[in-house]
Design a protein around this ligand. Structure first.
Ligand SMILES: NC(=O)c1ccc[n+]([C@@H]2O[C@H](COP(=O)([O-])OP(=O)(O)OC[C@H]3O[C@@H](n4cnc5c(N)ncnc54)[C@H](O)[C@@H]3O)[C@@H](O)[C@H]2O)c1
Length: 273
């Protein structure tokens, strides 16, 4: 293993930090000695998350910051608080997104998720968070990265940035076909090329930008979904949430210093056939 696969002392601003991937990553980064700003729009959850992270030994390395990436003032406020506490932002992870889920808590709305019926206001909503919000917070953080003379941006893509959903994954039998809606695919498709745009734009400024494409994290999905997933996935299973900390740590660390503009695929082989 390379000696520099380390995020020790790095200041990492993580959006969507209260969610499935975000919380797992935050805990791992903190355990590895990083300083983490947990930025998430879910204000209701913020006190609970703050209490949970306060219990950690390294609670001084944590800043919980309710932040809506669609709001300019909210993003500015988060960056101001982050700089006040940690003086710089080494890594920005654009992880916040609206994503229709198929786990046990998911709403089983089928008809409106068919392409021809998909409500355009929902497309707008996803665009506002997944694209415009991502661009907004990245613009603001890049201004700081230019000032400090270095930076590293990681955009969270998806396999659906690279391939279309195989809708048979969402076929639960007995006329219970559901669909991965198009808003997610459109807004995630932007990520790899936007990543290349930012990477090449700022390469000379010592700012790197890469994307990561995870796929299929287990979160209490029911048996039929797991069966469908196993059939379609070369590795034959969903991912454990902890299986992404390695790829994220690699991209956030100096071990990936010669990588920019790329999309690291961590999908159990989903896009390999
Ligand atoms: N879960 C998966 O299987 C999977 C697969 C591929 C890619 N991804 C991507 O990984 C990322 C995280 O996914 P997850 O499964 O942890 O999702 P999640 O829904 O559990 O978490 C997303 C978080 O983003 C926050 N958020 C929503 N809108 C926001 C806004 N306007 N500003 C700030 N925060 C906002 C939510 O409050 C939530 O805490 C997403 O970009 C998703 O597209 C997830």
């Amino acid at each position: 293993m390379s000696e520099n696969i380390s995020v020790q002392d790095k200041v990492i601003l993580l959006t969507g930090a209260f969610g499935l991937i975000g919380k797992t990553l935050a805990k791992s980064f903190i355990a590895q000695g990083a300083k983490v700003i947990l930025a998430d729009a879910n204000k209701k959850l913020a006190p609970q998350i703050a209490a949970e992270f306060k219990k950690l030994k390294a609670s001084k390395q944590v800043l919980v910051c309710p932040t809506d990436v669609t709001s300019l003032s909210s993003c500015n406020n988060c960056i101001t608080l982050a700089l006040k506490k940690f003086k710089r932002i080494d890594v920005l992870i654009n992880n916040a997104a609206i994503d229709a889920k198929f786990d046990k808590q998911a709403n089983k709305v089928t008809n409106s998720t068919r392409f021809e019926n998909f409500p355009l206001p929902l497309l707008q909503k996803s665009f506002d968070v997944n694209v415009k919000g991502l661009v907004q917070i990245t613009q603001l953080v890049i201004k700081q990265m230019l000032k400090q003379g270095h930076g590293n941006i990681i955009n969270v893509a998806s396999t659906y940035s690279l391939v279309a959903p195989n809708q048979s994954l969402y076929d639960f039998g007995e006329s219970q076909q559901q669909f991965k809606p198009v808003d997610y695919v459109i807004t995630k498709s932007v990520i790899p090329n936007l990543t290349r745009y930012i990477a090449t734009f700022y390469a000379k400024d010592n700012i790197r930008c890469n994307a990561i494409a995870p796929h299929g994290i287990f979160n209490g999905h029911d048996d039929k979904f797991l069966q469908n997933f196993a059939q379609l996935s070369p590795l034959g299973r969903m991912a454990d949430r902890n299986e992404f900390t390695g790829p994220f740590t690699f991209l956030a660390s100096d071990a990936s210093s010669y990588m920019t503009g790329t999309t690291l695929v961590a999908d159990g082989g989903w896009t390999a056939w």
